[in-house]
Design a protein around this ligand. Sequence first.
Ligand code: 13P
Length: 239
Amino acid sequence: MVKRLLIAANWKMNPPPEGSLLPASPYLEHAAVDVIVLPGHLDLERCIAARLITGGQYGHPEPKGAHTGDVSIQMLARLGCRYVLCGHSERRRDHHESSAFVMEQVVAALEANIHPILCVGETLEEREAGKEHEVVKHQLKGLPEHGEITIAYEPVWAIGTGKTATPQQAQAMHAFIRPLLPKDLHAATRILYGGSMNKDNAEALLLRPDIDGGLIGGASLKPEEFAAIVKIAEGITKK
Ligand code: 13P
């Protein structure tokens, strides 16, 4: 089986980059690689209208109710989102999302028929204490046995710092994660790397056997740089 790489643009709390909604957008679906955008909630609708494959950066697992300011995964699905990020480290940090709550989001996404991208990753302190495997294993606890998901390994110390995990460090963690996934899913599940990925380091990372794509923050806000990363991914085939 040939696995298509997935390159995801996480725009975080930023407006869509210039030209991203135009007919020649570099963020559009590509023939040989899956390209998706994760805009802020207020920009979701126009990204979908511009025919981008779109996902939410967060969704509440309950379909509706008294959660002022929140948006539910079901609402995202109804709007036409195809993906949703679950448990990005910035959400875990800023909104105190626990791993159990994040897993509720994964389950809710599968029930709503949208594809969850579960984010995991350790802090610098945890890595320095040699606890990175323990932390990531805990974050994967309770994964549903069935249903298509994507995992994004994003070491917190590499996010927005310009300090990327080396291809060896990332590959080692991805190889640790894969056997922890439900048995009938582990070969087919894509495990993305995220954390200061850019056009200069993307190739070395994406060539590693267990790195099936990238979740890109800062570099995804620069259309030319993002296009360069997609082009690199197009040149790589994974079995
Ligand atoms: P950077 O690419 O800016 O390090 O962000 C990574 C990230 O958090 C993607 O979700």
